[in-house]
Design a protein around this ligand. Sequence first.
Ligand code: NAD
Length: 477
Amino acid sequence: IPVDPFDLVIFGGTGDLARRKILPGLYRRYCSGQMEDNSRIIGAARSEHETAEFRQMIADAIAEFDPKSGSPEQLEGFLERLEYVQVDALGEAGWKELAALMGENRVRAFYFSVAPSLFGALAERLHAHGIADSETRIVVEKPFGKDLASAKALNAALAEHFDESQIYRIDHYLGKETVQNLMAVRFGNMLFEPLWNSQYIDHIQITVAETVGVDGRGEYYDRSGAMRDMVQNHLMQLLCLTAMEPPAKFDPDAVRDEKLKVIRALNAVPLEDVVRGQYLADGKKPGYLEHAGDPDSKTESFIALRVEVSNWRWAGTPFYMRTGKRLRARSSEIAVVFKETPHSIFGEEAGRHRNVLTIRLQPNEGMDLFVTIKEPGPGGMRLVDVPLDMTFAEALGPEAEDVPDAYERLIMDVIRGNQTLFMRGDEVEAAWAWADPLIASWENRGDKPVPYETGSTGPEEALAMMHREGRRWRDIR
Ligand code: NAD
């Protein structure tokens, strides 16, 4: 179904994110017929380009990052929807031209794909030049602050000119198909919700593992680290969707109210429940300290932590989170590990088994429910755990194959005016309010992260953190 006609201005339209994700994503939505012919995408950035040059830049980006989508005619049609204006977020150049370009009677959206230090200036100038009104939507990228104070300052700068209902804070993890499927599975079935608590669930593991290092952006990363760059936002959102109470409706504020309650119920994590690491050089590739350009850097490229959600549903059920760079595989998943059956009627030799529900974000987005069955054959009552594929691509037919990627889906949600999958300002602040004291506690102690091998599953200490409670991390594959 096509969305309403729109003018989408991408500030930072010539940047890396715009070329790699935003514009190829919009192109795929155009190819699938979701964009009306009179919709337009306006690239706005500091560098000087003619519209023709910008169109060529985007054609090249599509050829590089999404060469399989669409036909030459479709590409031509899409490029005709593109315009370019040179605009300086911090000066007056280009704003009159931008104002003159904007159409009437259509959705107006502005994607701030620029450094967060420019958000306030952009918001102010959009208003000063009469380009934004009470219907206008703005989309902002991560990082949304580096601590509570800076997040509050960003929220305040945006709030001077825009109502919360106009602000779309992107966390692209929320745009992933399986993350939304997690909500469908939890709240669309009778099977899971009665078991979804500390009585039946032993623990939950959330893993976001990357194989890349911080090559090329070491200095930037060194001011942030895995806690700020990944846990406070992406892993926190995954934890919220796993742990939240059923919202009364699938509407933006009902869902976000429930997520906020989860964040507010998080425990103050003691340092014994945190392992921070830095990857070592592996012969060919430099280690973290070389990338950071500071041999004394105390910033972590890996973190594992044990978190509790202190409420009736989850008391006593740990949530283990870990994320890191230069690990064994690029792999992200949520695993809900159920308790063992209270008694085995098949005797000790049948072994003890657990149900595990895995929600895989990459590779191969999907969901599996591991159930225990009899191993087929004449060998007696031997038990084996097998996965039930809950992705159902086959059952749903070819349409299930055409899954939009996270950015495409989220941008279409902006045009539709649906904020459900975007973070609200108070959620972001609550997540920082939880993260800040923990970060301060290791900074005040001067803790140095422990080293780990490139291609491993992280530091030994992270394995030990689980072992001491008689649990194991799932393999990173
Ligand atoms: P980039 O450096 O590649 O591009 C920056 C863009 O901002 C350019 O188009 C530049 O012309 C424009 N710009 C800079 N100063 C300007 C000014 N004064 N006025 C107008 N335009 C100006 O950056 P990027 O990697 O595309 O990242 C953009 C934003 O998205 C950042 O906030 C970044 O943290 C965030 N982000 C990027 C990625 C990614 O994969 N690149 C992922 C997540 C979030």
